[in-house]
Write a protein that binds this ligand. Structure first.
Ligand code: NI
Length: 263
């Protein structure tokens, strides 16, 4: 059986720092643990766990009740599925992250994005930092782990090499609709020769906070399940002034539900 949780080679670490992403096409856990995780994952998406709290929502649509979901997402899925809270996958991904960012970084499960069979929408080109607080300077990574094979057909990730060195470029809610949580880069001309990263079940890609990335629609006959983990060093005040106005003008039903749940 192939070794799980590879120690990254110096070449892989160098590739990551030069390109702002790395594909690790080796499973981070056993088929048995992946099966347990898949069952838990499907259960919480079926229950729409966390909807009332604003943790479950349609990342790619207006998220109104009764509309078909394009791109359902659950924040903090381990809150609703303890099976996703710990395990071999987390220990191994944590070890990989420490090789890339140092021992102060530790991996935690952040969110889950489900692409329904046949109609899951594309996740447009974006930089993750565009979602965050513009007053802070980040050094972090996202780890994307599919719970089944990920292919160009079902929506694996694509990356733009070197884009981690860019500033955060202008973004907008998908299609310019401020009811939609998901963001997209406004101008795609900087995206040239992106790299497609298919993965086996339990493999992963790792990318930096400004690395531009994209996932295609799911045109296959099976759902595409992805678990996303985050890890980072402490954020510092951003040196200088910047603003992310696309977040200030967003008016999503998700935020309304989250605000109602807090009161
Ligand atoms: Ni992203």
């Amino acid at each position: 059986m192939q070794t799980i949780a590879p120690t990254l080679t110096p070449e892989q670490i160098l590739f990551f720092h030069i390109n702002g992403f790395l594909s690790v096409p080796v499973p981070a856990t056993t088929p048995e643990e992946l099966e347990i995780m898949r069952l838990a994952y499907d259960r919480i998406f079926q229950e729409r766990a966390g909807r009332a709290q604003g943790d479950q929502f349609d990342l790619g649509g207006t998220d109104e009740e009764g509309t078909e979901e394009n791109l359902p997402q659950i924040l903090n899925p381990a809150k609703y599925a303890p099976e996703l809270k710990s395990g071999m996958f987390l220990n191994n991904l944590d070890a990989i992250v420490k090789q890339l960012l140092g021992s102060d970084a530790s991996a935690g499960v952040a969110h889950a994005i489900y692409k329904p069979a046949g109609h899951g929408a594309a996740t447009p080109w974006h930089q993750d930092e565009a979602y965050w607080n513009p007053d802070l300077q980040y050094k972090s990574v996202s780890i994307w782990m599919p719970l089944q094979e990920a292919t160009a057909e079902n929506g694996c990730l694509w990356f733009m090499p070197g884009s981690h060195e860019w500033e955060v470029l202008p973004h907008q809610s998908i299609g310019g609709d401020v009811r939609i949580h998901g963001l997209e880069m406004v101008d795609l001309t900087p995206i040239q020769n992106p790299v497609c990263c298919p993965l086996p079940p339990g493999g992963c890609t790792i990318h930096r906070n400004r690395t531009a990335h994209y996932a295609g629609p799911n045109t296959s006959s099976l759902p595409r399940r992805a678990l996303i983990l985050g890890a980072g060093l402490a954020a510092h005040p951003y040196p200088g002034k910047r603003s992310f106005p696309w977040n200030d003008i967003k008016r999503t039903p998700r935020e309304e539900r989250a605000a109602a749940a807090r009161t």
